[in-house]
Design a protein around this ligand. Structure first.
Ligand SMILES: O=P(O)(O)OC[C@H]1O[C@](O)(CO)[C@@H](O)[C@@H]1O
Length: 547
């Protein structure tokens, strides 16, 4: 347990944790028949049942008090008003402006950024329509049939999540592909599937300095040239998105095929920006706009709802309750919707790159746990994989289940079965199965007494495992937008409580620098001997097979 000792209201939570540690969720449900009515809420098309958490009114009041003491309302205001809350990079954090459809200006350095955002929306719409109407033609005059997004991290995960979430909205006749990793297998597979005459590459990189993206973009360019596209026609096959317009120019992508991005949009929050061009191309601009509006609705809720009725605040504070007061290490998000299968991957970057920090905003080392290990997948597959550990393992792993009430493809009984499984998992985690229940069940089934004694301990399921259920009516563009924004704001809430800068990512730099050095050693002649013995050995092992 690592309580947030910098906040005096934390003491009360330590006390409440001790009180609740001996109480089972079953008892909480037995004691209060209204528990579901009390601990559910709705916002921006999302229904949240948080009744199966180890909480009572005192815990919620104390968590709210702690959020107030941490000045969460002030922090929310500071973010939305464009204050430079990313203090290590001196930047505002305004991905929220990208999904704002109100009339008020949004100021950065004394300038309203909304006209600029509207201009890029217009340009994204134009490009989308040109492609959809067959007006964007390749070097042999054929319309675009394949689009390939070349980008990694925030220039890949969020847009892919949204695109797959919106599968029922995909326009017909356009194949979409993704290249992120520097692994040559990945791009080779994509290049094998596409037709160079009808392919449009979208090079998405906030910095336009990311090794993987630049290497893959060069490989795509070479492929096009090798396939007979003249140098002068390359522009017909490439669009680039970046804050670094100079680097795009140096790469050789025509200025008219360039979309801007701004440093006040963090990479992992950039799917709402021009980086979302791929989304617009795959689902149409109108659906992209609906996605933005759904996220905007969640922002509006986050900005205006009182802390104790605020969905991102509640979910953020519940996370802190388990990570810092119950010693949980990880948090799972399991979607009962195949179309949300990429969501955990996006959440991993969104959450762990944001809050995987150990230094407070004013430079001190924290003495409590910060960012949880985020993981998850899709039901029901996961039930046949790792749910065993959720139910009977020794660790406390809070879970969020996301289960839409209706499906785009209900297929008779299958969707009701899917939803039933989601609810059953949530219930099983909460109630578990006692020794008495197991014994009675086996005896009633005529199992021999000695087997009953032998098997009972193996069959006991402790339950008391906290979980949330998020139940939208259906995964529409608005709902997908609201869902992603919900988690973004939850991450923000936790960052404020943990006093970290959720918007920088210095930790990834060392690996990049060392990667350059190791690459130099790998490509130098002769044996390498100037690094530590393991690095030397591994480099030399590589050289053994790559002379
Ligand atoms: O969009 P870019 O600049 O290519 O960066 C890709 C990703 O790399 C990171 O900087 C981390 O390495 C992420 O924050 C970012 O989303």
């Amino acid at each position: 347990m690592t309580p947030l000792s910098h906040l005096s209201s934390s003491d009360k939570l330590v006390e409440l944790q001790k009180q609740l540690a001996g109480t089972h969720l079953r008892d909480l449900f037995d004691a209060d028949k209204q528990r579901f009515d009390k601990y559910t809420m709705e916002a921006a098309g999302l229904f949240l049942d948080y009744s199966k958490n180890l909480i009572n009114d005192d815990v919620l009041a104390s968590l709210t008090k702690m959020a107030e003491e941490a000045k969460l309302p002030e922090a929310i205001k500071a973010m939305f008003s464009g204050e430079k809350i990313n203090n290590t990079e001196g930047r505002a954090v305004l991905h929220t402006a990208l999904r704002y459809f109100g009339k008020d200006p949004v100021m950065v350095d004394g300038k309203d950024v909304m006209p600029m955002i509207r201009d890029t929306h217009k340009r994204m719409k134009e490009i989308t329509q040109q492609v959809h109407k067959g007006e964007w033609k390749g070097h042999t005059g054929k319309p675009v049939k394949h689009i390939v997004n070349i980008g990694i991290g925030g220039s890949y995960l969020g847009l892919k999540t949204a695109i797959n979430a919106l599968t029922p909205y995909h326009v017909k006749g356009l194949e979409h592909h993704y290249v992120a990793n520097i692994d040559p297998n990945e791009i080779s597979e994509v290049l094998r599937k596409i037709d160079p005459e009808t392919t449009l590459f979208i090079v998405a990189s906030k910095s336009f300095g990311t090794l993987e993206t630049l290497q893959n973009a060069q490989a795509a360019r070479k492929f096009m040239l090798d396939q007979g596209c003249a140098e002068a026609d390359i522009r017909k096959h490439f669009v680039a998105i970046s804050t670094n317009l100079k680097a795009i120019d140096e790469f050789g992508i025509a200025q008219e095929n360039t979309l801007p991005l701004w440093d006040w949009v963090g990479g992992r929050y950039s799917l709402w920006s021009t980086i979302g061009l791929m989304i617009s191309l795959v689902v149409g601009f109108d659906n992209f706009e609906r996605l933005l509006k759904g996220a905007g609705d969640m922002d509006n809720h986050f900005k205006t709802a009182p802390l104790d009725q605020n969905m991102p605040v509640l979910m953020g504070m519940l996370g802190i309750w388990y990570q810092n007061y119950f010693g949980a290490e990880s948090h799972a998000v399991i979607s009962y919707d195949y179309f949300l299968r990429d969501f955990p991957g996006h959440l991993q970057q969104m959450d762990m790159e944001s809050n995987g920090k150990r230094t407070t905003l004013d430079g001190k080392t924290v003495d409590y746990q910060t960012g949880a290990v985020i993981w998850g997948g899709t039901g029901t597959n996961d039930q046949h994989a790792y749910h065993q550990l959720l139910h009977q393992g020794t660790r406390l792993i809070p879970v969020d289940f996301v289960a839409p009430a209706t499906s785009h493809n209900p297929l008779g009984e299958q969707h009701p079965w899917l939803f039933a499984n989601a609810v059953a998992q949530s219930q099983a985690m909460m109630q578990g199965k006692t020794m008495e229940e197991i014994r009675d069940e086996m005896l009633a089934a005529g199992v021999a007494a000695e087997d009953v004694e032998r098997l009972t301990p193996h069959k006991v399921i402790p339950g008391n495992r906290p979980n949330n259920m998020i139940v939208p009516e259906k995964i529409t563009p608005e709902v997908a937008g609201a869902l992603i924004a919900l988690y973004e704001q939850k991450v923000f809430v936790q960052g404020v409580l943990w006093q970290v800068n959720s918007f920088d990512q210095w930790g990834v730099e060392l690996g990049k620098v060392l990667g350059n050095r190791v690459y130099d050693r790998i490509t130098e002649k002769g044996a390498t001997s100037d690094q530590d013995s393991s690095t030397n050995g591994l480099v030399n092992r590589f050289k053994q097979f790559n002379v």
